[in-house]
Write a protein that binds this ligand. Structure first.
Ligand code: NDP
Ligand code: DXP
Ligand code: MN
Length: 384
Protein backbone atom coordinates (compact mmCIF):
# COMPACT_ATOMS: atom_id res chain seq x y z
CA UNK A 1 0.00 0.00 0.00
CA UNK A 2 1.52 3.32 -1.12
CA UNK A 3 1.18 6.12 1.46
CA UNK A 4 0.43 9.55 0.01
CA UNK A 5 0.71 13.09 1.39
CA UNK A 6 -1.12 15.94 -0.34
CA UNK A 7 -0.13 19.59 0.01
CA UNK A 8 -3.31 21.41 -1.02
CA UNK A 9 -5.88 18.63 -0.55
CA UNK A 10 -8.84 21.06 -0.69
CA UNK A 11 -7.89 22.63 -4.04
CA UNK A 12 -8.75 21.66 -7.59
CA UNK A 13 -5.81 19.25 -7.98
CA UNK A 14 -6.07 17.99 -4.39
CA UNK A 15 -9.76 17.12 -4.76
CA UNK A 16 -9.18 15.40 -8.08
CA UNK A 17 -6.29 13.42 -6.61
CA UNK A 18 -8.60 12.16 -3.87
CA UNK A 19 -11.12 11.11 -6.56
CA UNK A 20 -8.32 9.08 -8.16
CA UNK A 21 -7.41 7.57 -4.79
CA UNK A 22 -11.05 6.57 -4.22
CA UNK A 23 -10.81 4.21 -7.19
CA UNK A 24 -7.85 2.32 -5.73
CA UNK A 25 -8.45 1.89 -1.98
CA UNK A 26 -6.21 -1.21 -1.82
CA UNK A 27 -3.27 0.45 -3.53
CA UNK A 28 -2.92 3.97 -2.19
CA UNK A 29 -3.85 5.72 1.06
CA UNK A 30 -3.78 9.45 1.84
CA UNK A 31 -2.17 9.67 5.29
CA UNK A 32 -1.22 13.37 5.50
CA UNK A 33 -3.22 16.32 4.14
CA UNK A 34 -2.51 20.05 4.15
CA UNK A 35 -5.12 22.69 3.37
CA UNK A 36 -5.23 26.47 3.56
CA UNK A 37 -8.50 28.03 4.74
CA UNK A 38 -11.15 25.48 3.77
CA UNK A 39 -11.50 23.88 7.20
CA UNK A 40 -14.97 22.44 6.48
CA UNK A 41 -13.74 20.42 3.49
CA UNK A 42 -10.63 19.31 5.38
CA UNK A 43 -12.91 18.09 8.19
CA UNK A 44 -14.85 15.99 5.66
CA UNK A 45 -11.56 14.61 4.33
CA UNK A 46 -10.43 13.76 7.87
CA UNK A 47 -13.68 11.87 8.51
CA UNK A 48 -13.42 9.98 5.24
CA UNK A 49 -9.71 9.11 5.09
CA UNK A 50 -8.65 9.15 8.76
CA UNK A 51 -5.20 10.60 7.92
CA UNK A 52 -2.44 10.45 10.55
CA UNK A 53 -1.81 14.17 10.32
CA UNK A 54 -3.37 17.25 8.75
CA UNK A 55 -2.62 20.95 8.63
CA UNK A 56 -4.51 24.21 8.13
CA UNK A 57 -3.08 27.65 7.44
CA UNK A 58 -4.37 29.43 10.56
CA UNK A 59 -4.05 28.54 14.24
CA UNK A 60 -7.70 29.38 15.03
CA UNK A 61 -8.90 27.11 12.23
CA UNK A 62 -6.65 24.33 13.49
CA UNK A 63 -8.15 24.66 16.98
CA UNK A 64 -11.65 24.55 15.45
CA UNK A 65 -10.72 21.39 13.58
CA UNK A 66 -9.29 19.85 16.75
CA UNK A 67 -12.64 20.40 18.50
CA UNK A 68 -14.59 18.83 15.59
CA UNK A 69 -12.27 15.86 15.27
CA UNK A 70 -12.34 15.15 19.02
CA UNK A 71 -10.09 12.28 19.94
CA UNK A 72 -9.84 10.71 16.50
CA UNK A 73 -6.27 9.60 15.82
CA UNK A 74 -5.36 12.56 13.62
CA UNK A 75 -2.66 15.03 14.65
CA UNK A 76 -3.51 18.62 13.70
CA UNK A 77 -0.90 21.24 12.78
CA UNK A 78 -1.01 24.71 11.30
CA UNK A 79 1.05 27.26 9.37
CA UNK A 80 4.49 26.64 7.93
CA UNK A 81 5.25 24.02 10.56
CA UNK A 82 2.12 22.14 9.47
CA UNK A 83 3.11 22.20 5.80
CA UNK A 84 6.54 20.84 6.71
CA UNK A 85 5.02 18.13 8.92
CA UNK A 86 2.78 16.95 6.06
CA UNK A 87 5.64 17.15 3.54
CA UNK A 88 7.94 15.02 5.69
CA UNK A 89 5.38 12.64 7.26
CA UNK A 90 7.14 9.34 8.14
CA UNK A 91 6.12 6.36 6.01
CA UNK A 92 4.92 8.52 3.11
CA UNK A 93 6.29 7.45 -0.28
CA UNK A 94 4.98 10.28 -2.48
CA UNK A 95 4.09 13.89 -1.78
CA UNK A 96 1.65 15.49 -4.23
CA UNK A 97 2.51 19.20 -4.29
CA UNK A 98 -0.82 20.86 -5.14
CA UNK A 99 -0.55 24.18 -3.30
CA UNK A 100 -0.80 27.22 -5.54
CA UNK A 101 2.16 29.60 -5.64
CA UNK A 102 5.73 29.87 -4.39
CA UNK A 103 4.52 29.02 -0.88
CA UNK A 104 4.83 25.42 -2.12
CA UNK A 105 8.60 25.70 -2.59
CA UNK A 106 9.76 25.30 1.05
CA UNK A 107 7.62 22.21 1.77
CA UNK A 108 8.66 20.62 -1.54
CA UNK A 109 12.34 21.07 -0.70
CA UNK A 110 11.68 19.63 2.77
CA UNK A 111 9.91 16.61 1.23
CA UNK A 112 12.87 15.98 -1.10
CA UNK A 113 15.31 16.23 1.79
CA UNK A 114 13.14 13.68 3.65
CA UNK A 115 13.53 11.28 0.71
CA UNK A 116 9.97 11.55 -0.64
CA UNK A 117 9.11 11.15 -4.29
CA UNK A 118 7.34 14.22 -5.64
CA UNK A 119 4.22 14.25 -7.81
CA UNK A 120 4.65 17.85 -8.92
CA UNK A 121 1.64 20.01 -9.73
CA UNK A 122 3.03 23.18 -8.13
CA UNK A 123 4.90 24.54 -11.16
CA UNK A 124 5.94 27.70 -9.28
CA UNK A 125 8.45 25.53 -7.38
CA UNK A 126 10.47 24.81 -10.53
CA UNK A 127 10.00 28.31 -11.90
CA UNK A 128 11.43 29.91 -8.77
CA UNK A 129 14.16 27.40 -7.97
CA UNK A 130 14.41 24.85 -10.78
CA UNK A 131 18.15 24.30 -10.58
CA UNK A 132 18.18 23.92 -6.79
CA UNK A 133 15.19 21.56 -6.74
CA UNK A 134 16.50 19.31 -9.55
CA UNK A 135 19.96 19.13 -7.90
CA UNK A 136 18.41 18.21 -4.56
CA UNK A 137 16.23 15.56 -6.18
CA UNK A 138 19.36 14.07 -7.73
CA UNK A 139 21.28 14.24 -4.45
CA UNK A 140 18.48 12.63 -2.41
CA UNK A 141 17.68 10.15 -5.21
CA UNK A 142 13.99 10.96 -5.37
CA UNK A 143 11.81 11.06 -8.47
CA UNK A 144 10.04 14.20 -9.60
CA UNK A 145 7.01 13.05 -11.57
CA UNK A 146 5.15 15.79 -13.43
CA UNK A 147 1.42 16.27 -12.88
CA UNK A 148 1.03 19.38 -15.05
CA UNK A 149 -0.78 18.00 -18.10
CA UNK A 150 1.76 19.23 -20.69
CA UNK A 151 4.75 17.92 -18.76
CA UNK A 152 3.05 14.61 -18.14
CA UNK A 153 2.55 14.42 -21.92
CA UNK A 154 6.20 15.23 -22.65
CA UNK A 155 7.36 12.75 -20.01
CA UNK A 156 5.24 10.05 -21.67
CA UNK A 157 6.56 10.93 -25.15
CA UNK A 158 10.16 10.68 -23.89
CA UNK A 159 9.91 7.20 -22.38
CA UNK A 160 12.59 4.96 -23.88
CA UNK A 161 14.03 7.79 -25.98
CA UNK A 162 17.64 8.97 -25.97
CA UNK A 163 17.71 12.66 -25.01
CA UNK A 164 20.28 13.29 -27.78
CA UNK A 165 17.58 12.50 -30.35
CA UNK A 166 15.21 15.22 -29.12
CA UNK A 167 15.00 18.26 -31.39
CA UNK A 168 12.23 20.28 -29.74
CA UNK A 169 9.47 20.21 -27.21
CA UNK A 170 6.15 21.49 -28.61
CA UNK A 171 4.25 22.78 -25.60
CA UNK A 172 0.55 23.15 -26.34
CA UNK A 173 -1.57 26.00 -24.96
CA UNK A 174 -5.31 26.46 -25.19
CA UNK A 175 -4.83 30.18 -25.80
CA UNK A 176 -7.30 30.95 -23.01
CA UNK A 177 -10.63 32.77 -23.28
CA UNK A 178 -9.23 35.91 -24.99
CA UNK A 179 -7.45 34.38 -27.97
CA UNK A 180 -9.70 36.19 -30.43
CA UNK A 181 -10.08 39.48 -28.52
CA UNK A 182 -9.10 42.79 -30.12
CA UNK A 183 -7.24 45.50 -28.10
CA UNK A 184 -10.47 47.27 -27.18
CA UNK A 185 -11.98 44.05 -25.83
CA UNK A 186 -8.75 43.25 -23.96
CA UNK A 187 -9.09 46.57 -22.11
CA UNK A 188 -12.48 45.55 -20.70
CA UNK A 189 -11.60 42.12 -19.25
CA UNK A 190 -13.05 41.53 -15.78
CA UNK A 191 -12.04 38.87 -13.21
CA UNK A 192 -15.23 36.91 -13.97
CA UNK A 193 -14.31 36.81 -17.67
CA UNK A 194 -10.73 35.72 -16.92
CA UNK A 195 -11.92 32.99 -14.56
CA UNK A 196 -13.86 31.31 -17.36
CA UNK A 197 -11.33 28.92 -18.92
CA UNK A 198 -12.59 27.29 -22.15
CA UNK A 199 -11.42 23.72 -21.34
CA UNK A 200 -10.19 23.23 -17.77
CA UNK A 201 -11.70 23.76 -14.32
CA UNK A 202 -8.86 24.98 -12.14
CA UNK A 203 -8.06 27.23 -9.19
CA UNK A 204 -8.30 31.00 -9.66
CA UNK A 205 -4.59 31.82 -9.91
CA UNK A 206 -3.73 29.32 -12.64
CA UNK A 207 -6.94 30.20 -14.53
CA UNK A 208 -5.92 33.86 -14.73
CA UNK A 209 -2.39 32.74 -15.71
CA UNK A 210 -3.91 30.74 -18.56
CA UNK A 211 -5.78 33.83 -19.73
CA UNK A 212 -2.60 35.99 -19.82
CA UNK A 213 -0.49 33.08 -21.22
CA UNK A 214 1.76 33.45 -18.16
CA UNK A 215 0.77 29.87 -17.37
CA UNK A 216 2.46 28.79 -20.59
CA UNK A 217 5.47 30.92 -19.77
CA UNK A 218 5.77 29.28 -16.34
CA UNK A 219 5.42 25.90 -18.07
CA UNK A 220 8.28 26.74 -20.47
CA UNK A 221 10.55 27.28 -17.46
CA UNK A 222 9.12 24.15 -15.76
CA UNK A 223 9.92 22.12 -18.91
CA UNK A 224 13.45 23.51 -19.09
CA UNK A 225 14.21 22.07 -15.64
CA UNK A 226 12.22 18.86 -15.80
CA UNK A 227 13.65 17.78 -19.14
CA UNK A 228 17.00 19.65 -19.23
CA UNK A 229 16.24 21.30 -22.56
CA UNK A 230 17.31 24.76 -23.81
CA UNK A 231 14.78 27.55 -24.15
CA UNK A 232 15.54 27.76 -27.89
CA UNK A 233 14.21 24.21 -28.21
CA UNK A 234 10.90 24.76 -26.42
CA UNK A 235 8.18 26.03 -28.74
CA UNK A 236 4.69 27.02 -27.63
CA UNK A 237 1.87 26.05 -30.00
CA UNK A 238 -1.71 27.24 -29.52
CA UNK A 239 -4.07 24.26 -29.67
CA UNK A 240 -7.50 25.53 -28.59
CA UNK A 241 -9.08 22.08 -28.09
CA UNK A 242 -6.63 20.90 -25.36
CA UNK A 243 -6.76 17.31 -26.67
CA UNK A 244 -3.08 17.03 -27.55
CA UNK A 245 -1.38 17.81 -24.25
CA UNK A 246 2.07 18.39 -25.77
CA UNK A 247 4.50 16.87 -28.25
CA UNK A 248 8.15 16.00 -28.76
CA UNK A 249 9.84 16.50 -32.12
CA UNK A 250 12.87 14.29 -32.78
CA UNK A 251 15.92 14.98 -34.96
CA UNK A 252 14.56 12.80 -37.78
CA UNK A 253 11.40 14.95 -37.99
CA UNK A 254 9.11 12.45 -36.27
CA UNK A 255 6.71 14.01 -33.73
CA UNK A 256 5.19 12.08 -30.81
CA UNK A 257 2.07 13.49 -29.15
CA UNK A 258 0.10 12.45 -26.08
CA UNK A 259 -3.67 12.84 -26.34
CA UNK A 260 -6.60 12.48 -23.98
CA UNK A 261 -9.68 14.25 -22.72
CA UNK A 262 -8.83 17.42 -20.75
CA UNK A 263 -9.23 15.88 -17.29
CA UNK A 264 -6.50 16.28 -14.66
CA UNK A 265 -7.33 12.91 -13.11
CA UNK A 266 -5.37 11.36 -16.00
CA UNK A 267 -1.96 12.98 -15.35
CA UNK A 268 -2.50 12.77 -11.58
CA UNK A 269 -3.15 9.03 -11.79
CA UNK A 270 -0.19 8.54 -14.11
CA UNK A 271 2.18 10.33 -11.70
CA UNK A 272 0.87 8.35 -8.71
CA UNK A 273 0.85 4.92 -10.39
CA UNK A 274 3.79 5.21 -12.80
CA UNK A 275 4.66 2.96 -14.61
CA UNK A 276 1.24 1.26 -14.25
CA UNK A 277 -1.83 2.46 -16.17
CA UNK A 278 -4.80 0.97 -14.30
CA UNK A 279 -8.27 1.69 -15.68
CA UNK A 280 -9.84 4.56 -13.75
CA UNK A 281 -12.89 6.80 -14.16
CA UNK A 282 -11.56 9.14 -16.82
CA UNK A 283 -13.68 9.14 -19.99
CA UNK A 284 -11.97 7.99 -23.20
CA UNK A 285 -11.65 10.15 -26.31
CA UNK A 286 -14.56 9.62 -28.68
CA UNK A 287 -13.28 8.66 -32.14
CA UNK A 288 -13.12 10.01 -34.70
CA UNK A 289 -11.62 13.05 -33.00
CA UNK A 290 -11.97 15.91 -35.46
CA UNK A 291 -10.98 19.55 -35.84
CA UNK A 292 -7.67 19.62 -33.99
CA UNK A 293 -6.15 22.99 -34.88
CA UNK A 294 -2.88 24.80 -34.21
CA UNK A 295 -1.80 28.46 -34.23
CA UNK A 296 1.17 30.66 -33.36
CA UNK A 297 0.89 32.50 -30.02
CA UNK A 298 0.45 36.27 -30.28
CA UNK A 299 3.27 37.66 -28.14
CA UNK A 300 2.20 41.28 -28.57
CA UNK A 301 -1.27 40.64 -27.24
CA UNK A 302 0.05 38.30 -24.53
CA UNK A 303 3.41 39.77 -23.39
CA UNK A 304 3.56 37.50 -20.33
CA UNK A 305 4.78 34.60 -22.45
CA UNK A 306 7.72 36.64 -23.77
CA UNK A 307 8.49 37.88 -20.25
CA UNK A 308 8.76 34.31 -19.00
CA UNK A 309 11.12 33.33 -21.83
CA UNK A 310 13.20 36.40 -21.00
CA UNK A 311 13.32 35.61 -17.28
CA UNK A 312 14.17 31.97 -18.02
CA UNK A 313 17.03 32.92 -20.34
CA UNK A 314 18.42 35.45 -17.83
CA UNK A 315 18.17 32.77 -15.16
CA UNK A 316 19.64 33.24 -11.65
CA UNK A 317 16.98 34.89 -9.42
CA UNK A 318 15.03 36.42 -12.33
CA UNK A 319 12.44 33.59 -12.75
CA UNK A 320 11.70 33.74 -8.99
CA UNK A 321 11.11 37.49 -9.39
CA UNK A 322 8.89 36.97 -12.45
CA UNK A 323 6.85 34.44 -10.52
CA UNK A 324 6.49 36.50 -7.34
CA UNK A 325 5.57 39.69 -9.23
CA UNK A 326 3.02 37.70 -11.22
CA UNK A 327 1.45 36.27 -8.05
CA UNK A 328 1.02 39.80 -6.67
CA UNK A 329 -0.30 41.06 -10.02
CA UNK A 330 -2.88 38.28 -10.37
CA UNK A 331 -4.08 38.85 -6.82
CA UNK A 332 -4.31 42.60 -7.46
CA UNK A 333 -6.32 41.95 -10.64
CA UNK A 334 -8.70 39.55 -8.88
CA UNK A 335 -9.29 42.08 -6.09
CA UNK A 336 -9.97 44.93 -8.51
CA UNK A 337 -6.76 46.90 -7.89
CA UNK A 338 -5.31 46.66 -11.41
CA UNK A 339 -6.62 45.86 -14.88
CA UNK A 340 -6.00 42.62 -16.80
CA UNK A 341 -3.51 44.28 -19.15
CA UNK A 342 -1.64 45.74 -16.16
CA UNK A 343 -0.62 42.22 -15.07
CA UNK A 344 2.26 41.88 -17.58
CA UNK A 345 3.06 45.60 -17.23
CA UNK A 346 3.60 45.18 -13.50
CA UNK A 347 5.66 42.00 -13.92
CA UNK A 348 7.84 43.75 -16.52
CA UNK A 349 8.33 46.77 -14.24
CA UNK A 350 9.51 44.61 -11.33
CA UNK A 351 11.81 42.55 -13.58
CA UNK A 352 13.28 45.77 -14.98
CA UNK A 353 14.44 46.82 -11.51
CA UNK A 354 15.85 43.46 -10.49
CA UNK A 355 19.57 42.76 -10.63
CA UNK A 356 19.66 38.96 -10.91
CA UNK A 357 22.06 37.15 -8.61
CA UNK A 358 23.30 33.57 -8.64
CA UNK A 359 21.53 31.64 -5.91
CA UNK A 360 23.03 28.98 -3.72
CA UNK A 361 20.25 28.23 -1.30
CA UNK A 362 16.51 28.29 -0.72
CA UNK A 363 17.02 31.41 1.40
CA UNK A 364 18.51 33.30 -1.58
CA UNK A 365 15.40 32.50 -3.62
CA UNK A 366 13.02 33.43 -0.84
CA UNK A 367 14.84 36.76 -0.45
CA UNK A 368 14.39 37.56 -4.15
CA UNK A 369 10.74 36.44 -3.95
CA UNK A 370 10.10 38.73 -0.99
CA UNK A 371 11.83 41.68 -2.65
CA UNK A 372 9.72 41.24 -5.79
CA UNK A 373 6.47 41.09 -3.82
CA UNK A 374 7.38 44.26 -1.94
CA UNK A 375 8.33 46.14 -5.11
CA UNK A 376 5.21 44.96 -6.94
CA UNK A 377 3.02 46.25 -4.12
CA UNK A 378 4.82 49.61 -4.11
CA UNK A 379 4.54 49.98 -7.89
CA UNK A 380 0.82 49.24 -7.74
CA UNK A 381 0.37 52.10 -5.26
CA UNK A 382 2.66 54.49 -7.19
CA UNK A 383 1.73 53.82 -10.81
CA UNK A 384 -1.54 51.94 -11.24
N1 NDP B 1 -5.92 22.93 -11.35
C1 NDP B 1 -5.29 22.36 -12.36
O1 NDP B 1 -5.91 21.72 -13.22
C2 NDP B 1 -3.80 22.46 -12.48
C3 NDP B 1 -3.03 23.02 -11.48
N2 NDP B 1 -1.67 23.05 -11.58
C4 NDP B 1 -0.88 23.64 -10.51
O2 NDP B 1 -1.23 22.99 -9.30
C5 NDP B 1 -1.17 23.92 -8.21
C6 NDP B 1 -2.55 23.94 -7.52
O3 NDP B 1 -3.50 24.44 -8.44
P1 NDP B 1 -5.06 24.39 -8.11
O4 NDP B 1 -5.40 23.08 -7.48
O5 NDP B 1 -5.75 24.78 -9.36
O6 NDP B 1 -5.18 25.56 -7.04
P2 NDP B 1 -6.37 25.82 -6.00
O7 NDP B 1 -6.36 27.26 -5.74
O8 NDP B 1 -7.61 25.18 -6.45
O9 NDP B 1 -5.88 25.03 -4.71
C7 NDP B 1 -4.78 25.47 -3.94
C8 NDP B 1 -4.64 24.61 -2.71
O10 NDP B 1 -3.57 25.11 -1.92
C9 NDP B 1 -4.04 25.43 -0.61
N3 NDP B 1 -3.27 26.56 -0.12
C10 NDP B 1 -3.12 27.77 -0.72
N4 NDP B 1 -2.31 28.55 0.03
C11 NDP B 1 -1.95 27.82 1.11
C12 NDP B 1 -1.14 28.06 2.25
N5 NDP B 1 -0.52 29.24 2.44
N6 NDP B 1 -1.00 27.06 3.17
C13 NDP B 1 -1.60 25.89 2.99
N7 NDP B 1 -2.38 25.60 1.93
C14 NDP B 1 -2.54 26.56 1.02
C15 NDP B 1 -5.51 25.72 -0.79
O11 NDP B 1 -6.20 25.56 0.43
P3 NDP B 1 -7.68 26.16 0.73
O12 NDP B 1 -8.48 25.98 -0.53
O13 NDP B 1 -8.11 25.29 1.85
O14 NDP B 1 -7.51 27.59 1.12
C16 NDP B 1 -5.86 24.63 -1.80
O15 NDP B 1 -5.95 23.38 -1.16
C17 NDP B 1 -0.77 25.27 -8.82
O16 NDP B 1 0.61 25.45 -8.70
C18 NDP B 1 -1.15 25.13 -10.29
O17 NDP B 1 -0.36 25.92 -11.13
C19 NDP B 1 -1.01 22.52 -12.65
C20 NDP B 1 -1.73 21.98 -13.68
C21 NDP B 1 -3.17 21.91 -13.69
C1 DXP C 1 -4.50 21.48 -17.02
C2 DXP C 1 -3.20 22.13 -17.11
O1 DXP C 1 -2.17 21.51 -17.18
C3 DXP C 1 -3.17 23.61 -17.15
O2 DXP C 1 -1.88 24.11 -16.89
C4 DXP C 1 -3.62 23.97 -18.52
O3 DXP C 1 -2.56 23.73 -19.37
C5 DXP C 1 -4.08 25.36 -18.60
O4 DXP C 1 -4.43 25.65 -19.89
P1 DXP C 1 -3.69 26.63 -20.88
O5 DXP C 1 -3.12 25.78 -21.96
O6 DXP C 1 -4.79 27.53 -21.29
O7 DXP C 1 -2.62 27.35 -20.10
MN1 MN D 1 -0.54 22.84 -17.71
Amino acid sequence: MKQLAILGSTGSIGRRALQVVDNFPDDIKPVALAAGKNKQLLLEQVKKYRPRLVSLQGEEDARWLQRQVGNRKTEIFYGQEGLLAVATCPGVDTVLTAISGAVGLGPTVAAIRAGKNIALANKETLVAAGELVMCLAHEYRVNIRPVDSEHSAIWQCLHGEDGNNVARILLTASGGPFRRYNPEQMAGITPAMALNHPNWEMGAKITVDSATLMNKGLEVIEARWLFGINYDNIKVVIHPQSIIHSMVEFNDGSVLAQMGVPDMRLPIQYALFYPQRPAGDVPKLQWPVTDLTFEEPDLEKFPSLALAYRAGRIGKTMPAVLNAANEVAVHAFLTGRISFMSIPELVAAVMEEHIPVTYNSLEDILEADLWARGRADEIIVDKF
